[in-house]
Ligand binder design. Structure first.
Ligand SMILES: NC(=O)c1ccc[n+]([C@@H]2O[C@H](COP(=O)([O-])OP(=O)(O)OC[C@H]3O[C@@H](n4cnc5c(N)ncnc54)[C@H](OP(=O)(O)O)[C@@H]3O)[C@@H](O)[C@H]2O)c1
Length: 326
């Protein structure tokens, strides 16, 4: 097998494509022949030691991937050789093969494209947990999605629409706003050129959004929170802009509003049954065409540096895939 190996925490430039012994699955594991892996923002952070999960060195990055089961370890009966599967393992995806715990493997239902399987659970799982579970979003409510053309952003937009909400999608360029319109956003705000607060006032007749979905943080957070509606829920999803915002607490008091944390990785571990039910609803929505990963680009696995550069410079729209030759 081959894999991008991270031996020091010096970012993507320090990764090297290494030939490694193909591992045999241990008891409770399966070996996957990886077809595609998608890039998630934490993949950028983990190779710099800046993500909350810090694997021991050396490790193979790549949090999310899909492929077919190639070998099955002792005690695994629910997965057969040849089955198409998706995996969220935190690491291991930027490779040709990986051995993973069978519990981390999601069998893909018939009709679920393998490439979509590599670009689904992380972003759609996060956004479903955020909007449906943490924010208790109701049909007819208004949701503001920041960074709406990104990975979790496009998923949030589609999930909010599937739940019957009105979506205001906000992003940094006209091109990203146009993509959000194509994906069904009711309105868009280009915060690269327009004032976020004024635009939100105009679009909500002064009331503000009921739910704010924020994977960006930085300078956007305070104006977005200041705009929130009475009894609003502000979803703290991530800090792609780099800065962790601080908030004057009186703003929460004045709006009767809640700051709601979202940590999908821990939710999966702590509440596996609730997560499984969410995944089932997402698979149904996928089958109905209500949610569908937006594929920005499909690049060969060898182009990992170009892929990281594209995400680091805010160019990715939806999800970027790295694929192995078939
Ligand atoms: N809480 C959780 O459980 C959870 C789960 C998954 C991901 N996350 C977090 O969610 C965030 C987004 O992840 P993602 O995979 O969706 O990433 P992504 O596809 O790169 O989207 C991030 C968006 O943030 C905006 N952005 C603003 N400043 C940026 C900067 N300096 N660099 C890069 N992007 C910037 C960009 O939109 P504009 O150009 O339109 O501003 C971009 O589309 C990350 O912080 C990630 O760690 C959290």
């Amino acid at each position: 097998m081959h894999a991008w190996l991270c031996e020091t925490l010096d970012g993507v430039d320090a990764l090297s494509w290494k030939a490694l012994p193909t591992p045999e699955p241990q008891a409770g594991e399966v070996r996957i022949a990886i077809r595609a892996a998608s890039l998630n923002f934490p993949d950028l952070l983990i190779v710099q030691g800046k993500y909350q999960f810090k694997p021991a060195l050396p490790f193979v990055p790549g949090s999310e991937f899909a492929g077919t089961v190639e070998a099955v370890g002792e005690g695994v009966s629910h997965l057969q050789v040849g089955a198409p599967v998706a995996v969220i393992a935190g690491t291991g995806g930027f490779a040709t093969h990986a051995c993973v715990n069978a519990a981390q493997v999601l069998p893909l239902p018939p009709g679920f494209a393998l490439e979509h399987g590599a670009a689904f659970a992380f972003t759609y799982g996060t956004s479903h947990h955020a909007l449906i579970d943490r924010a208790q979003l109701k049909a007819g409510e208004t949701v503001l999605v920041l960074g709406a053309a990104g990975g979790v952003g496009t998923a949030a937009l589609q999930i909010a629409k599937a739940a019957g909400a009105r979506v205001i999608a906000a992003a940094s360029t006209a091109q990203k706003c146009a993509l959000c319109k194509e994906l069904g956003a009711d309105a868009t705000i280009n915060y690269g050129s327009d004032n976020l607060r004024e635009s939100l006032k105009a679009l909500t007749e002064g009331k503000g959004p009921d739910v704010v979905y924020d994977p960006v943080g930085g300078d956007l957070a305070e104006p977005a929170f200041r705009s929130i509606a009475w009894r609003g829920r502000y979803l703290v999803v991530g800090f792609a802009a780099g800065g962790i915002p601080a908030l004057p607490w009186n703003l929460a008091l004045l709006k009767g509003a809640s700051v709601v944390g979202v940590f999908w990785g821990d939710y999966v571990k702590r509440e596996p049954r609730a997560n499984a039910a969410a995944m089932q609803q997402l698979a149904q929505w996928y089958a109905q065409g209500l949610v569908r990963p937006v594929i920005d680009q499909t690049m060969p696995m060898s182009e990992i540096r170009a892929a990281y550069a594209r995400m680091g410079s805010r160019q990715v729209q939806g999800k970027l895939l790295l694929v192995n030759p078939q």
